[in-house]
Design a binder for this molecule. Sequence first.
Ligand SMILES: *Cc1c(COP(=O)(O)O)cnc(C)c1O
Length: 391
Amino acid sequence: MESLMSAYGRLPVSMVRGEGAKLWDESGKAYLDALSGISVTALGHANPALTAALTEQAQRLVHVSNLYNIPEQQALGDALCRIAAMEKAFFCNSGAEANEAAIKIARLHGHKKNIDTPTIIVSTTAFHGRTLGTIAATGNQKIQKGFGPTMPGFVDVPFNDADAIEQLAQSRSDIVAVLLEPIQGEGGINVAEDGYLAAVRNICDQHGWLLMFDEIQCGMGRSGNWFEHQNHNVQADVMSVAKALGNGIPIGACLARGAAADLIQPGTHGTTFGGNPFACRAGLTVINEIESNNLLGRVTELSTRINEGLHSRLHNRPGVVEIRGKGLMIGIELEQPCAALVGKALDAGLLINVTAEKVVRILPPYILSNEQADELADTLSTLIIEHIEST
Ligand SMILES: *Cc1c(COP(=O)(O)O)cnc(C)c1O
């Protein structure tokens, strides 16, 4: 690792092969992957349909540039707009870039209204990426630390607090948009409460602001619906997706509807790689596989099964604060910091993650078998109980 910058605190393991929900390391040890590369490999590893599609695409055409029409990009734009009830798509290579496009759209929207310092409301516990723009789009000082001067144009409010947004509407005239994750991932699996997104939608409508959802982690089926905001019956003007969209092939998209969909014009935004035939073929195959195998229904089934397993062992247990989440995005908040659980789970052959210091996070793939779902709930509960008892 000497030639790599120390950006990551890595676990001492090297994965060399995957199949479905399983991974194998160099020594041949098997792991149940309950993290999916952080919400990415929703269809599992070495998914046969994806492998076949990508092989065919690689043999035919990988990249041409956005100087030309790209049929695969058009088809994926159509598919995403259909499942998200959006009108137009801009393709890029990551989640942070999708949010950058959203932020640029919000600023264009503000300047069109002659607002010189367009400002976006974000959440104190948000995570929107690691670019200079997206680290400014959070109130989380840890993410910003060391990288000042912070890009201006954001103001943060507590999550699930519509009154705080209403107050800003009364006190400021430079707000142009609200950017929210319908379920906060890195912030600790914080689910938007019933009525919150609708209340924010209402405030946005009253003031001519754009409502922008970051569905990068909770979208693409993870919540049991294509997108979490659909579970709330609230439509955004702009939405960012990435992570599971390519099942591991880097791709992101910013979707928009109404006037927001027409703000990006030739020369105002762009990317070399974004929306290339290879990445778009991955996205098309992912959508097609989720639909043809009814995986949205399966996510809900698996969620019920895993939650029953977790609740039967952990609910109301001393040391456990709450089990929460939606679909296959599940967080178990403990009373004490629990980062050490990640290594213990690794030893036990289970891949999990801890976020916001005290929240055990699982983001399993949609293709788990019932046996794997039971194994996950059982192993994880045992590890958590042992951990609580040893601290
Ligand atoms: C992962 C994530 C991002 C950033 O995506 P990258 O592909 O890492 O740039 C943004 N928003 C949310 C909600 C995420 O989970």
